[in-house]
Design a protein around this ligand. Sequence first.
Ligand SMILES: C[S@@+](CC[C@H](N)C(=O)[O-])C[C@H]1O[C@@H](n2cnc3c(N)ncnc32)[C@H](O)[C@@H]1O
Length: 217
Amino acid sequence: MADPDSRKGSRYADEAALDYLAKVHTPHDEALQAAFEAHERHGIPPIQVGPAEGKMLALWLKAIGATKVVEVGTLAGYSAIWMGRALPEGGKLWSIEHDPKHAEIARENIALAGLSDKVEVRLGDGVEVLEELTTEGPFCAVFVDADKERYDRYGRWAFANLRSGGLLLGDNAYLFGQLLADDARGAGMRRFHEEAAAQMDSVCAPTPDGLVVARKR
Ligand SMILES: C[S@@+](CC[C@H](N)C(=O)[O-])C[C@H]1O[C@@H](n2cnc3c(N)ncnc32)[C@H](O)[C@@H]1O
């Protein structure tokens, strides 16, 4: 998720340094730029991952030779384009989105990226569509970036449906500063962390809002 503060990656990198690094490491082509700026044209929230997180997702998928990937939370397709481009010929990303407007915008951006054959946007609720996808598994990676209340459920599905060596990735793992809150969201996100750590090799990378990376043994 990119909020206005999300570029404060480090006290050693100011705005100008981050702009320089983005140009060097994560330049956007037309499709990535269209997805990244979709909120300006379509009035949807600007809550996609940042360019560095998008590229990290892509590099992790390449590093494990991922061929089958699931994303929960498509928005305008920005992270889906990064991940779709990391897949080999014949690879597939299923990206789940419950908002029809977001799904339509994402499909346009994915088509612009030339990825319509590799990236399928499934319209529906995360928990329900994951159940439908079970027969397509096992999967190489699952990226969770949707409703924060149910990260624990998404994490359990991922653990059950990942191949050995597969990755569970979860954005907003700091829960916008509310990780330790005494409420259902905080408790659900803490269960997500604790179950990932108990069952897998895991870390919470210190991105602007925390990114869990967990490998199934
Ligand atoms: C943070 S955005 C996803 C950003 C996207 N992964 C990216 O980085 O480009 C979260 C998306 O999840 C969707 N969403 C929220 N709850 C959902 C649910 N229960 N099932 C499916 N999608 C959901 C929202 O409509 C929104 O588009």
